[in-house]
Design a protein around this ligand. Structure first.
Ligand SMILES: [Zn+2]
Ligand SMILES: [Zn+2]
Length: 265
């Protein structure tokens, strides 16, 4: 049984928890150390059981609390080489033994959890999404800050039982919203973020390939609303004869509070 919960997710900070057979890890730590530790407590997860923090990329909304948590709990941070180069000056001093380097597309065993980082498109040094596998090959996936759905993203997310998927912005809200022209272009580009529409279209494909739970993540504060992301997704699913609540569990992860604990059996 793989366990997942979000500690908080949105353009202002991201942190996820994954546990399997007593091995517990965090993915990103882009909120304050205190917020993350409180969030874990809310779901009865003991911070001293954490075995490490896996980093997707060096943007501040993914690393803000990583140094603090690593120092406080004396646990390693895992990131690829380019991400380490880009983040090490931003997270304070990390003990050398806690600086772990992974390579994209390789699989790693952290006690009972099997982790595979895979490359995604985003305007960071070497951004990744993650797959987490159980012994029977069941997997769950986290893919936020995905500028576009590449073949590699498809390959890695297909047949994931639970997918945490970015649903960053509503196209119309972005267009009429407060961002500068340059920033709008950046968000919409292939190395920016995933729109509600694109997340919905891709989810149809995922559900047809066996995904049972979709959790919408990393919503923009300025260019989206949780209700809008949910509505866009559920109407596209309905048009494709997928019944929300019956064929798929759909939820929107909150910016400022932890989700419930999801269990993939
Ligand atoms: Zn980012
Ligand atoms: Zn981000």
């Amino acid at each position: 049984m793989i366990e997942y919960c979000s500690i908080g997710s949105g353009s202002s900070g991201n942190c996820h928890f994954v546990g399997y057979k007593g091995t517990n890890i965090l993915i990103d730590a882009g909120l304050s150390g205190k917020f993350i530790l409180n969030g874990l407590e809310e779901n009865d997860i003991k911070a001293d059981t954490l075995k490490g923090i896996f980093i997707t990329h060096e943007h501040i909304d993914h690393i803000k609390g990583a140094g603090i948590i690593s120092r406080k709990l004396d646990i390693p941070i895992y990131a690829n080489f380019k991400t380490w180069c880009s983040m090490k000056d931003k997270i304070g001093k990390i003990a050398e033994k806690n600086m772990m380097v992974f390579e994209n597309e390789e699989t790693y065993e952290i006690e009972n959890i099997i982790v595979k980082p895979f490359s995604i498109e985003h305007d960071a040094a070497d951004p990744v999404g993650f797959n987490f596998y159980a012994e029977n090959d069941d997997k769950i996936s986290i893919a936020t800050d995905v500028g576009c759905i590449t073949e590699n993203v498809k390959r890695n997310l297909h047949r994931s039982r639970l997918v945490v998927l970015e649903s960053n912005y509503d196209q119309n809200m972005l267009m009429v919203g407060p961002y500068t022209y340059e920033l709008k272009r950046r968000v919409m580009s292939n190395v920016g973020h995933l729109s509600n529409d694109d997340a919905a279209k891709f989810s149809v494909e995922l559900i047809k390939n066996g995904t049972e739970t979709i959790l919408l993540a990393h919503l923009s504060k300025e260019n989206n609303f949780p209700e809008l992301a949910y509505q866009t997704m559920s109407s596209v699913l309905n048009q494709n004869d997928i019944a929300v609540g019956q064929d798929v569990t759909l939820d929107v992860l909150k910016r400022n509070s932890p989700s419930r604990l999801f269990r993939v059996k």
